[in-house]
Write a protein that binds this ligand. Structure first.
Ligand code: GFB
Length: 311
């Protein structure tokens, strides 16, 4: 990939896609191609084939997906499987058919087994059962990364994948029911009067990565001549949901009392990815959780004031 490459970013209005576009532009890539959902329905194979045939990008970054937190996933595994499978198959297969030479597919560390060894190495893929709350999403992402792997082996195309840990940052979805835990907690503390109701027991352990760090990992992966098929991307910083709640409370300046609703699921008990591989090749994160939380509370307030926040 060089400064003159034409780069298609699928999902440029989402948190990950928009961070990739910002990072590409900041790095001097001026030929970035995007399409809104109205302009191109990624669930429609013919529309996606026609798009690649007419635009002929050199590189594609597949950041489009139906995403959501534990509530959204567990209530609609069928939809998460169907839409993400279609998006993955259409965007990757049609790219290969159109002769796109390089493609970066984005997944998630929820593709790994529920009881994977911690920190989770890439080799844990498909070694035991998945976490039930997000099985549909995980299966679709596993199909996508496998399709990239097969096309690379069979056709010599440089298609490869990154598996980021739980992400947060500007442009996140702050929907209380469907959102991921970190943005949801920001909104709950920002709108609380005297208490906040949080889900589960607070004992689950998660790792969080700022989306701008993921975007830098995407550019890094695309700069490698012979990237691994699958690489984890994480911060290496673990917190319990209880510790996260205290950190969000501090970052928002809230005084609300925290109450736990143990009737709601904890999900995977622990999810820390092993990032030895990407670090050994020369990438590392720049934004720690405390700093990232402050930046994100600020961007939430700005998005709210500008009327652009996704709720
Ligand atoms: O980000 P999250 O919804 O999803 O975090 P996962 C869920 C954890 O946060 C659970 C606790 O332990 C919840 O019990 N939690 C506490 C809350 N309060 C809340 C709350 O108000 N809202 C939410 N959402 N959680 C997702 C997958 O798993 O991770 C996706 O479902 C994807 O497929 C994503 O892989 C990165 O970390 O459990």
């Amino acid at each position: 990939m060089d400064a003159l490459s034409k780069i298609f970013v699928a999902g440029h209005r989402g948190m990950v896609g928009s961070a990739c576009v910002r990072a590409l532009k900041a790095a001097g890539y001026s030929k970035v191609v995007t399409r809104t959902h109205q302009e191109l329905d990624l669930l429609d194979p013919k529309a996606v084939r026609d798009f690649y045939a007419s635009e002929k990008p050199d590189v594609a970054i597949i950041a489009a997906a139906r995403v959501g937190g534990i509530g959204a996933n567990s209530a609609a595994n069928s939809l998460f499987l169907y839409e993400n499978e279609m998006i993955a198959m259409n965007t990757v297969w049609a790219a290969a058919e159109a002769g796109v030479k390089r493609l970066l597919f984005l997944g998630s560390t929820c593709i790994y087994p529920r009881m994977a060894p911690q920190p989770i190495p890439e080799s844990a893929l498909l070694t035991s059962e998945l976490e039930k709350t997000n099985e549909g999403y995980a299966l679709a992402k596993i199909s996508g990364l496998k399709l990239c792997e097969f096309l690379r082996r069979e056709r010599g195309l440089l298609y490869h994948s990154l598996m980021p840990t739980n992400l947060y940052g500007p442009g996140d979805n702050y929907d209380i029911v469907h959102g991921h835990v970190l943005p949801t907690l920001i909104r709950k503390f920002e709108t609380a009067t005297d208490h906040v109701d949080l889900w589960g027991t607070g004992s689950a352990i998660r790792e969080f990565l700022h989306v701008d760090d993921l975007a830098s990992a995407c550019l890094f992966a695309l700069s490698l001549d012979n990237p691994p098929d699958v690489m984890n991307v994480g911060s290496g910083e673990e917190v319990t949901i209880r510790e996260l709640a205290e950190a969000v409370k501090a970052a928002t300046g809230s005084r609300a009392e925290i109450r736990w609703d143990a009737t709601k699921p904890d999900g995977t008990p622990r999810k820390l990815c092993d990032t030895a591989l990407i670090r050994s090749l020369g990438w590392k994160p720049q934004i720690d959780l405390r700093q990232g939380l402050e930046m994100t509370v600020r961007s939430y307030r700005e998005e709210l004031a500008a009327g652009t926040v996704r709720l």
